[in-house]
Design a protein around this ligand. Sequence first.
Ligand SMILES: NC(=O)c1ccc[n+]([C@@H]2O[C@H](COP(=O)([O-])OP(=O)(O)OC[C@H]3O[C@@H](n4cnc5c(N)ncnc54)[C@H](O)[C@@H]3O)[C@@H](O)[C@H]2O)c1
Length: 352
Amino acid sequence: MSVVRVAVCGTGSFGRNHLRVYRELEIAGSPVALVAAVEPHPGRAAETAQKYAIPVFGAAAELLATDLAIDAASVAVPTVHHHAVALELLEAGIDVLVEKPIASSLAEADELIAAAERGARILQPGHLERFNPAVLAIEPRLRRPMFFEAHRLSIFTPRALDVDVVLDLMIHDLDIVLRFANSPVREVRAVGLPILSAKVDISNVRVEFESGCVANFTASRVSTERVRKLRFFEPARYVSVDYARQDLLVIEVDPAVAAKVMAALAAGVVGGAGGFAAAEAEPHPTAGMSFLKPEVTPGEPLRLELESFLESVRTRKEPHVTARQGRAALELALEIQKSTEAHARRAGLNKG
Ligand SMILES: NC(=O)c1ccc[n+]([C@@H]2O[C@H](COP(=O)([O-])OP(=O)(O)OC[C@H]3O[C@@H](n4cnc5c(N)ncnc54)[C@H](O)[C@@H]3O)[C@@H](O)[C@H]2O)c1
């Protein structure tokens, strides 16, 4: 395949970004051509047709009924329709990047995975934070994360209300922590409340993994500020990832100094009137710490994601984020929903 011919299904607030990036790649000389879109909303369809000079169809079936050749497609329709649209495309022999979450139930996700495997198609879920340059920079340096704090807060906008905040926002952090913790989930405890929509708008979750690793997640779409941060602790190391700023901070403790502090603690010489600094000949308890800012090459995560998808389409290599990983993130999100419902029953939140 010399040039990958792509279509975008769903040209709403996020699908527009897929259109833009494919066209930018095309203009920059990448072997890709944006050739069609699918959008049932007449106004959006007309706008897309005019802006990108491509045919826009009202439904995927209409596109597939033409003799227009399509190799790959982005599916950026509301989550409740991911399954129907992605399945139709996969069964027509098209490689698919389906926005996150991969589908709205495990049965739907399984059907998509089976269809992709049957037809030897690429199926990549749109977990775009995996392509955040800060995540790409820290991933190869992971040691043994044992405690995570994830915060993803956004200001309310009336979008993605077909799903709760767990499937809308927290799913990004669930995917990353599942990858970083690399251990099966042992226990989930969750609380969540609807605030402005009919579904849970703010959620706090504690996940414990078989390895003993623990992760706390907070996601809100009714916040007064925007925060997208992941912090985690490994033995003698703290890492802070700021997704929005594409920034990393790593604080490491020199093991020799840490051992001295521990010995002083055991001997009861730390925490007294003068603390460690007075009891020992050390200048300061933070003397053995290094504050590092690993280099992060900035880049637009969506562009990196779509470039990676197109490379998989061309080379047939497994996507950087696999459909099974998308399924695992969905499975955890659904467990969180169950735990949230159980908590609401215990707290009597479901009554009137
Ligand atoms: N990766 C991310 O960071 C990110 C960010 C935002 C949204 N998303 C995902 O993108 C998807 C779309 O979200 P959005 O905020 O753009 O929603 P949106 O409602 O703004 O846009 C969805 C569009 O899909 C169209 N549509 C509906 N049914 C369709 C169908 N059967 N075929 C083709 N088009 C159809 C709608 O008319 C609408 O224009 C969701 O799954 C959401 O989770 C991902």
